[in-house]
Design a protein around this ligand. Structure first.
Ligand SMILES: C[S@@+](CC[C@H](N)C(=O)[O-])C[C@H]1O[C@@H](n2cnc3c(N)ncnc32)[C@H](O)[C@@H]1O
Length: 246
């Protein structure tokens, strides 16, 4: 592991906060359209939840009918996931090493917010390439990440007002954000990654971008949105393998 890279989720207090977090406010918006997107792009079957954390996204996929394996590099997060879901399948992996999964294939490889914290282009290309290799024929990868805009606005569930330096951040730079739905108000440190960076990463990793979705808050949603109706805080990438996504 790169010395400069510290996983903020390898932390008991953060893991506890995450374990209590289901889908409040702005997070709800991140997941709102996924059932429909997943229905349109594939079939229900086996799924890998890469960076499953305390298992929120794993339980979400399970509720849609997927048989899910959750993997993470944080022992603290996985302990919470297993505690909430004793029958669920969870596995600790070393950073960048998916070799324990080499004999398995998944109809869906899912990742929610995991790439928000992963630094540098090469590391991302290696991981996306390795995740692509785990897809079954015609399998799909769905990558849910923070949009660069999330770091420069106020949101129902997040604040960035204490970090004006986020505005000057470029690709690969550290950006900070505070989660308002949990007691632990220490800032989360992410890595800024633009659309162009993701495009280049996917191409180099041998993946085809089939759809990009940016969910916007609606008046009919059960929340009083802050910036969510004007600006989307999230990006959902739907990917397939090879030039045609097959
Ligand atoms: C923001 S949390 C999201 C957790 C979960 N997907 C959710 O939606 O609640 C990101 C997770 O990615 C994990 N992670 C970061 N780098 C990883 C890597 N290289 N391999 C696997 N997991 C990783 C972190 O440990 C953390 O639990």
């Amino acid at each position: 592991m790169d010395d400069a890279f510290q996983n903020v989720y390898e932390d008991e207090r953060r893991a506890l906060s995450y374990a209590g977090l289901e889908f409040p406010g702005t997070y709800w918006l991140a997941f709102r359209d996924l059932p429909e997107i997943l229905r349109r792009h594939g079939r229900v079957g086996s799924a890998l939840d890469f960076g499953c954390g305390a298992g929120r996204s794993t339980r979400f996929l399970g509720s849609l009918g997927f048989r899910v394996l959750g993997v993470d590099i944080s022992r603290a997060m996985l302990a919470r996931a297993q505690e909430r879901d004793p029958q669920g399948e969870y596995l600790l992996v070393a950073d960048g090493d998916l070799s324990p999964l080499k004999d398995r294939r998944f109809d869906l490889v899912f990742s929610a917010f995991t790439f928000d914290n992963i630094p540098d282009h090469e590391r991302r290309v290696r991981l996306f390439g390795a995740l692509g290799d785990l897809l079954a024929a015609e399998g799909r990868m769905v990558n849910l990440v923070s949009a660069p805009e999330i770091y420069v606005h106020e949101w129902l569930s997040f604040s960035t007002r204490d970090f004006p330096e986020n505005r000057a951040a470029g690709p690969g730079d550290r950006v900070r954000i505070v989660m308002l739905d949990v007691e632990d108000r220490r800032p989360v440190e992410d890595v800024l990654w633009t659309d162009a960076d993701y495009d280049a990463t996917f191409t180099t990793a041998g993946l085809t971008l089939l759809e990009t979705h940016r969910p916007l808050g609606l008046e009919s949603d059960p929340f009083s949105w802050v910036s969510e109706r004007r600006v989307s805080p999230w990006i959902v990438h739907v990917l397939g393998r090879g030039a045609h996504g097959g």
